[in-house]
Design a protein around this ligand. Structure first.
Ligand SMILES: Nc1nc2c(ncn2[C@@H]2O[C@H](COP(=O)(O)OP(=O)(O)OP(=O)(O)O)[C@@H](O)[C@H]2O)c(=O)[nH]1
Length: 346
């Protein structure tokens, strides 16, 4: 049961939460939890994902009371067009006669949250209508360690670190996958990166929403953004046209979308082989697949070696198709394409 959040604000601006967290941390799971909860608030969700093929839209529950907007043409933190798109969507949202209670922006797992959050200060007309409520960062209790210690980044920004550093609140998710001492060690680790953000723990992102929405962490966040902006100027050119710039360029995505069915057994075998062979470098797999002879959609979710592949809602009258996206380091595009094609039914 959730307590009331979004306490009335004197300036009456719509609060915006920027939800961030590394690939697979549980952001979409949290969105689905929010959409399921009967919280009586009108929330618009804006999604941006890192991946050549948009999958998250298919993985988010449809809801009557909340609306979901997708931006999938690149990463919102580094592609000027996507940031413009974000501004456009927010402008449309604030112009509507039925007033929203909250806007939630889910950034891609590879995003640097600073430029996303800055969008809500820089663009003047928007700044009069909305204000940043807080940056909430989700952390995968099982896998975050290896990304924080990523030795291959070699001078590129470590997004996993940045996301923790700039957070107002940190949700340590997936605590069901680790033991108490590991959680205690992770808390300490996080404290070393961010001494002020409150930490909460969750399993499957089931959190009291009062703990993440309506925090009013605006001022503290603004200070951090100012620090972030200074560092940016000192360190490296961050935004605009350049798509790859200081993201770790060896991390890429390969997306495949076809109007064809897979053979369930062949596909399952292939995914298992990938898991065994590439768990360290293949950070993330997502997919919505049409399997021969099956009425239901098959959903693929993978985070390193943890893979979930199962039947979900039926296709009904929707056109059937198969989409997968792989995100990882030094992916072999040709091979992934070839092996996926081999799982298709003629
Ligand atoms: N065991 C366990 N699995 C979880 C938990 N939360 C999420 N998952 C699973 O982790 C996988 C990734 O979750 P998502 O919510 O899609 O993660 P995300 O942060 O949106 O991922 P990206 O879209 O890659 O940025 C899914 O298979 C989830 O079911 C949790 O608390 N415990």
């Amino acid at each position: 049961m959730n307590a009331t959040f979004d306490a009335p604000r004197p300036n009456n601006k719509i609060p915006v939460t920027v939800l961030t967290g590394f690939l697979g941390a549980g952001k979409t799971t949290l969105l689905n939890y929010i959409l399921r909860e009967n919280h009586g608030r009108k929330i618009a969700v804006i999604e941006n994902e890192f991946g050549e093929v948009g999958i998250d839209g298919d993985l988010v529950l449809r809801s009557d009371s909340e609306e979901i907007y997708e931006m999938v043409n690149g990463c919102v933190c580094c592609t000027a067009e996507v940031r413009e798109d974000l501004v456009r969507v927010v402008r449309e949202l604030v112009a509507r006669p039925d007033r929203l209670d909250h806007i939630l922006v889910e950034t891609s797992g590879m995003a640097d949250p600073y430029p996303v959050a800055q969008t809500f200060f820089i663009d003047d007309p928007i700044a009069r209508e909305v204000e940043l409520d807080a940056i909430v960062t989700m952390v995968d209790a099982k896998h975050i360690g290896q990304h924080l210690e990523d030795l291959e980044l070699d001078g590129a920004d470590n997004q996993a670190v940045d996301q923790i550093v700039c957070a107002d609140r940190i949700v340590i998710n997936k605590v069901d996958l680790v033991d108490e001492p590991a959680i205690a060690a992770l808390r300490e680790r996080i404290r070393g990166l961010n001494a002020t953000a409150e930490l909460v723990t969750s399993s499957y992102a089931e959190i009291d929403l009062a703990g993440i929405l309506g925090l009013g962490a605006f001022e503290a966040t603004q200070k951090l953004l100012e620090i972030g902006a200074e560092n940016e100027h000192r360190g490296h050119a961050h935004h605009d046209q350049d798509y790859t710039h200081e993201h770790d360029a060896s991390v890429t995505s390969v997306g495949i979308a076809v109007d064809a069915d897979i053979d369930l057994d062949a596909f399952s075998r292939w995914i298992e082989a990938l898991r065994l062979e590439q768990a360290d470098t293949l950070f993330r797999m997502k997919g919505v697949l049409s399997a021969r002879g099956r009425d239901q959609r098959y959903i693929l979710q993978g985070v390193h070696s943890l893979i979930d592949f199962r039947a979900a809602q039926p296709w009904g009258r929707d056109p059937r198709s198969s989409k997968v996206v792989f995100i990882g380091r030094d992916l072999d595009r040709a091979r992934l394409n070839r092996e996926f094609q081999a799982c298709l039914v003629d």
